[in-house]
Write a protein of this length. Structure first.
Length: 595
């Protein structure tokens, strides 16, 4: 019960405070609007007081008891301001009731569809405000108010309707976002968070806009009405929505004060005062309706950039000590960003990779990207492909890459991302794909007869281009003579291990004889050449055997041919052998492709 009593007391205090703000604020704003308009019962050029009531209602729940405090205080303040500035008339009571009614209708319509946003800073709150509060609620109030004015004072109904609607609509449009930001503390929060330099720049911008507005509206000779629009737009991009709303207030006060006093480019228009007032209303409304969406867009872009920076920082922190690396490429294949230990995995620094294509880095993902890009867009976003390869500068390593596409707004893919990790030890630990009767006892690779079966099958049922490479260990006889057969066998095992690392998973590798290996590759000659060059580099880059007293260096010679449909396997082996001999006669330690 005590807690209920405290809650009730707090609610009453809050509503009493809202009523006081409504009464004092409404009285001051109404008096200012009437003073600018002049005595009599003419409509004000802008009626800003209802905006304060609307903001206060939006801060409360849709409770009749809660709204009664604010609406009652506003009605009393409306009556007091009109009685003080104009002659007493019972019609003033009706005017106050109509003002409060249209404001309550605007709040009710907004709260039905309103996505909370304390300063109307995004499209989902600006649209209900413009379409429902102004287009509907003010129209209803203008109909009732103009009807009362026409009956009481004999004014033309249509002219009165237009003046009432424009005056109240402009007041709500300009003042509601500004007052919402003032009451929810957005301006005070900005002042606390902004540095001294930022506050100084903002003050100079506001002062410059006021000076420019005075220059534009105080002289009738040069039409410079575009200047305030440019100033408010610049403030929008520089400082955001709070500056937009403040800038429109500054321009509105200067424009109204000069125009209603008979000075400036609007006042000298050869039109009646009602038309001048209507033009000024549309001018001020156009500034706000142009700049507020821009402010919302700028704010959303800024938030998106902040979120992107946060995610990038999280990715950087994740990959900093992780054994994985990530590379991002645009749709042309050029690398745009790199994260992780790329130097230890690829042999390149991040600076060397940025700007280079995946082809020049020999990442072997072009076919994967083409395959993924042919899938439906929905599947592209969810699909990835896994590849394995040995990098050209780190041929002793075996890397696994997970490739995925980046989404693009214009259709198709916007590039690709590849995540790399070292799987060398896992690859070496994998058992041979050959059965015991098909494998070489020393290296565990396919033996000669088993390889010939694989070769015949590839020739008989080709699924695409197929290449054959014969690889010979240079000067193996010398190694045996110098170090003995035990070290020679160890060299063969190490060479077989390095060839297996540098080759692809789909390649078939066999030991054909003492120091000769064969490789069946399902690819064209250019791709096969690149793979064999990687194999050659993997052997010659470091000793193939090392102990405390012995270090053995060696190299490979390789000859490559492309298999022709219907070609006999033995003929293909003979052709590859001829190319291999040409390589050995040309100096060994390299790769030659059949002409």
């Amino acid at each position: 019960m005590v807690e209920d009593g405290l809650d009730l007391r707090a609610a009453l205090e809050r509503r009493a405070d809202a009523a006081v703000v409504a009464a004092i604020g409404y009285f001051l704003l109404s008096t200012l609007a009437i003073a600018l308009t002049g005595p009599g019962h003419a409509h004000a050029a802008i009626w800003p007081a209802d905006a304060l009531i609307l903001v206060l209602l939006l801060r409360e729940s849709r409770s009749a008891w809660a709204w009664a405090w604010v609406l009652g205080a506003g009605w009393v303040a409306n009556l007091a301001a009109n009685v003080l500035a104009r002659d007493w008339s019972p019609i003033l009571i009706a005017y106050g009731a109509i003002n409060m009614g249209q404001t309550a209708l605007a709040a009710w319509l907004m709260l039905r569809h309103y996505i909370p946003g304390p300063t109307l800073d995004h499209d989902l709150s600006i649209k209900p405000f413009a379409l429902r509060a102004i287009a509907v609620a003010v129209a209803v109030g203008a109909l009732l108010g103009s009807l009362v004015t026409s009956l009481a004072f004999g004014e033309p109904f249509v002219a009165s309707l237009l003046r009432w609607y424009c005056s109240n609509a402009l007041g709500l449009l300009i003042l509601t976002p500004f007052l919402a930001a003032v009451l929810d503390g957005s301006y005070l929060k900005w002042l606390r968070l902004a540095g001294l330099r930022e506050r100084l720049h903002a003050a100079l911008a506001c002062g410059g806009l006021m000076a420019a507005s005075v220059l534009v509206f105080a002289q009738p000779h040069v039409p410079l009405l575009f200047v305030p629009i440019c100033g408010v737009t610049w403030m929008t991009f520089r400082f955001g929505r709070l500056a937009t709303m403040l800038g429109v207030i500054i321009v509105s006060l200067v424009a109204l004060a000069t125009t209603l006093s008979g000075r400036g480019p609007v006042a000298v228009m050869p039109e009646p005062s009602e038309v001048q007032s209507l033009f000024l209303q549309f001018y001020l409304g156009a500034i706000l309706l142009t700049c507020l969406p821009i402010a919302a867009l700028v704010a959303s872009r800024k938030q998106a950039v902040i979120r992107l920076a946060e995610r990038e920082e999280a990715l950087l922190q994740t990959l900093q000590d992780a054994p994985m690396a990530c590379l991002g490429f645009d749709r042309t294949g050029a690398c745009k960003w790199v994260q992780g230990p790329v130097r230890s995995l690829l042999g390149y620094t991040a600076q060397e990779i940025i700007g280079r294509s995946w082809e020049s880095l020999c990442l072997e993902i072009d076919g994967v990207v083409q395959e993924l890009s042919k899938a439906p867009v929905a599947d592209q976003e969810r699909s990835t492909r896994t590849i394995e390869f040995s990098p050209i500068r780190r041929p002793q390593l075996r890397l696994q890459g997970i490739v995925g596409l980046l989404a693009s707004d214009g259709g198709g893919h916007g590039g690709a991302v590849i995540t790399l990790r070292d799987v060398t030890e896992r690859r070496v630990a994998e058992p041979s794909q050959a059965s015991p009767e098909q494998s070489d006892e020393l290296t565990g690779l396919f033996n000669g007869p088993a390889f010939r079966e694989q070769l015949s099958e590839a020739v008989r049922l080709p699924s695409g281009p197929v290449s054959l490479a014969l690889i010979d260990l240079d000067s193996f006889y010398t190694i045996n003579e110098a170090h003995g057969y035990a070290i020679g066998d160890a060299v063969l095992v190490e060479v077989a291990r390095r060839i297996r690392r540098a080759a692809r998973d789909s390649d078939v590798l066999a030991r054909m004889g003492s120091d000769e290996f064969a490789l069946l590759l399902h690819c064209d000659l250019n791709t096969a050449r690149g793979i064999c060059e990687r194999i050659v580099e993997a052997v010659r880059h470091s000793p193939v055997y090392r102990s405390n007293t012995v270090s053995v260096l060696s190299s490979l010679s390789c000859g490559i041919v492309r298999l022709r449909p219907g070609q006999r396997g033995e003929d293909a082996l003979a052709a590859a052998h001829d190319v291999l001999q040409e390589m050995k006669q040309a100096g060994r330690n390299g790769v030659r492709v059949a002409a």
